[in-house]
Design a protein around this ligand. Structure first.
Ligand SMILES: [Zn+2]
Length: 204
């Protein structure tokens, strides 16, 4: 089986709980400490086996790290791990996991070879909102329901608002519209990318 490690939680001594997103599910499994085992790191893609245990969680065995070259770039790894944390929080209570999420990570992992990590995650997040039917393209203000003009503020979940109805950072509405329509960020400057990325960090 293959999957992405969304979360590693240390439990007594050096054992840990590992949460892995596979194509079909968010797996919660247990890993006993072993000095000869490869390191389990959040964000890594693994090939692995699960040994079922009727009294307890399945045990994680036979792990092999499927590496990406970009993992050696600290900025990419850190942004990626932040995205894993957000995705874990977002999916942890879901009873079923659509393969969309795994496929999205596969696509991001490829793009991170070349693209700025914040842009990769921003574009992925717009696709996630679209998939979940939460991408608000109507451009009506969350607070007063009025139509938004040339300037827009975005709240958590990229919900639109008038700049005068909130104290959040302001964007050009046309640029946000293009982002929502295309899930592409090439037309946005680095300042806007950073501001949008901070909104994502508030939670998916
Ligand atoms: Zn308003």
């Amino acid at each position: 089986m293959q999957g992405y490690i969304l979360r590693v939680q240390k439990v007594r001594d050096e054992d840990c709980l590992v949460f892995i997103l596979s194509k079909e599910q968010l797996i919660k499994c247990y890993r006993f400490y072993g000095a000869r085992h490869p390191v389990i790191t959040q964000g890594f893609k693994l090939d692995f086996e699960l040994v079922e245990n009727s009294n307890f969680l399945p045990h994680l065995r036979g792990t092999m790290h499927l590496g990406f070259k970009w993992l050696f770039y600290t900025d990419r790894l850190l942004a990626w791990q932040q995205f894993m944390r957000l995705l874990y929080e977002h999916l942890k209570d879901a009873s079923e996991i659509n393969e969309f999420y795994y496929d999205l990570l596969e696509d991001c992992a490829l793009k991170l070879e070349k693209q700025n990590p914040k842009r990769t995650i921003l574009e992925a997040y717009v696709r996630l909102l679209e998939f979940e039917g939460r991408l608000n393209k109507e451009m009506n203000c969350l607070f007063c329901d009025g139509q938004i003009g040339g300037r827009i503020s975005l709240l958590r979940g990229f919900l639109p608002a008038h700049p005068h109805c909130t104290s959040k950072v302001v964007f050009d509405t046309k640029a946000i519209n293009e982002l929502f329509e295309t899930a592409k960020s090439a037309h946005l400057d680095d300042f806007a990318i950073n501001q949008l990325y901070y909104i994502i960090l508030e939670g998916l």
